[in-house]
Write a protein that binds this ligand. Structure first.
Ligand code: R5P
Length: 288
């Protein structure tokens, strides 16, 4: 078995290594003058089961290309089996055509990763479970929810209502609610007219006087979750917590999340957090 880290989230890979009592296999990853990526594995991995850890987070295209080059390097070094471990999968939201003449980029990315030579994939909280089927190799789909739930349970919150910030996330929120003593569910009916701009329309369910726990797969610009939180406050929620596996945190996420609508924002470390994105109400849990 060997563990190799890309450059996207070295602290997470190191934590996984500690958990397994394993050293990361040393590699060189550098750039040529024109931006091309150079990878070399510095030890023999002939016949090894290789786990390559690389979330394809921002800069998504660079991290994706780096992953494919690492896979190719491992394949050419005669690894027995290569598992691409994707704590976060960039482009997973592009999983269908929503207008004419668009690409289904999530499928294209699955093709590229497979074609590069990954024998298996381990992915966390894919935006939609169907993306599993885009890969023609075995894929293990794991979730951050047990870690988020453990933490929430330890807080012993009372009178919880679990809220999905959009209709697409209802399945996820329902599963979450079940684990929180079958808490009731509410749904925000979000309409999106422009990419990355969320517009909240309606709330389905009762939140008056309750502790609302918003659950999503990711927080990107935080438009979705903040608009939902505003609505919950307006509808009388006593407290609003936000939980998401992936802290994408593109601007202006920091301003939105720290603007006073949330008691706490709970995320995991599938994507490394830059210091500018930290704020007092933020809790980061480890998925290592
Ligand atoms: C969308 O369907 C996803 O589940 C997230 O709600 C969305 O991608 C978050 O994006 P943002 O934070 O930019 O609103």
């Amino acid at each position: 078995l060997c563990l190799i880290s890309g450059s996207a989230n070295l602290p997470l890979s190191q934590e996984v290594g500690q958990y397994l009592s394993m050293e990361l296999t040393p590699t060189v990853c550098k750039r040529f003058a024109d931006g091309e990526i150079y990878i070399q594995i510095l030890e023999s991995i002939r016949g090894c089961d290789v786990y390559l850890i690389q979330p394809t987070c921002r800069p998504v295209n660079d991290h994706l290309m780096e992953l494919m080059i690492m896979i190719d390097a491992c394949r050419r070094a005669s690894a027995r089996q290569i598992t691409a471990v994707l704590p976060y999968s960039g482009y997973a939201r592009a999983d269908r055509k929503t207008a004419g003449r668009e690409s289904i980029t999530a499928k294209l990315v699955a093709n590229l990763i497979t074609k590069a030579g990954a024998d298996r994939v381990l992915a966390m909280d894919l935006h939609s479970a169907q993306v599993q089927g885009f890969f023609d190799v075995p894929l293990d789909h794991v979730y951050g929810s047990p870690i988020l739930l453990d933490y929430l349970q330890s807080k012993q919150l009372s009178d919880i209502v679990v809220v999905s910030p959009d209709v697409g996330g209802v399945g996820r929120a329902r599963a979450f609610a079940k684990q929180l003593n079958d808490a009731p569910l509410a749904i925000v009916d979000k309409r999106r007219q422009v990419h990355n701009v969320a517009e909240v329309m309606n709330l389905i369910g009762e939140v008056q006087g309750k502790t609302a726990v918003l659950v999503d797969d990711m927080i990107d610009t935080a438009g979705t979750i903040t608009e939902a939180a505003k609505l919950l406050r307006k509808e009388g929620a006593r407290q609003v917590y936000a939980c998401a596996t992936h802290a994408v945190f593109s601007p202006p996420a920091h301003e939105r999340l720290s603007s006073g609508y949330f008691e706490e924002v709970i995320v995991t470390n599938t994507i490394p957090l830059v210091d500018e994105n930290r704020f007092p109400q933020l809790t980061v849990l480890s998925v290592a």
